[in-house]
Design a protein around this ligand. Sequence first.
Ligand SMILES: [Fe+2]
Length: 280
Amino acid sequence: MKTLTETGITEEALARLANCPSPRLREIATSLTRHLHEFVREVSLTPEEWEAGIEFLTEAGHITDDKRQEFILLSDTLGLSATVDIIANRGGAGGDATESSLLGPFFRKGAPTFLNDADISAGAMGEPIIVSGRVLNQRGKPIARATIDTWQASADGKYDLQQPHPDEMKLRGRFLTDDDGRFRFRSVRPSSYPVPADGPVGRMLRALGRHPYRPAHIHFMIAAPGYDTLTTALYLDGDRYLDSDAVFGAKQSLVVHIEPSSGATASAIDFNFILNAATR
Ligand SMILES: [Fe+2]
């Protein structure tokens, strides 16, 4: 029988992947095993620290349900989601296609469909805003009937899922662009907000001396036949957390200026989204 040494065990664990029928899964499992073993050797992880890590992940599992996703939050706050997003879009979008940004944990399927000009605030208090723009291809041609899902936090920094009645959908909706690729909806100005910090990820952030805030933003997922689906967000200019987003999602090209209200006209954001022709 072989004696497994500190490094020999890694080779042995890798050898057990030899019969994995999927080359891609084998590649991922091989790299993950190597990095995990190397990480443990590098920091000389103690059994107590290993146990604390297992307890942390267990707690993340227990707090996760259909309305709360602690694992996405963990991935986001470690910068892992943003890295995956950047790699997925490297060399892909090119040109002047709109940059992507994180999906985050608050997207919900089945949000109500509205006609353009509708108000998605559903009675939420806050400064009224009008969000409008066009969906275009890279040659500047409008994309009609693109599906736009949008969702955002309230003026006090909470998504509907974090409200006392999380089954009610608020501050989210689906729109279709018109023949000219235009969309327009009414809402209230979102606020910067802390990611949910009452669970293990919040405890992790405090232990690491980090703040949990995201700069104010509005999420978008835009889909149209023949184009890559764009998951992105618009970030409000001037927000104090733009440079220290807790989940590394904010990008300069997605920062928008809010035109202040004048007279009877609400504050306004106008932004054109440019989709990339389908790459797969
Ligand atoms: Fe968000």
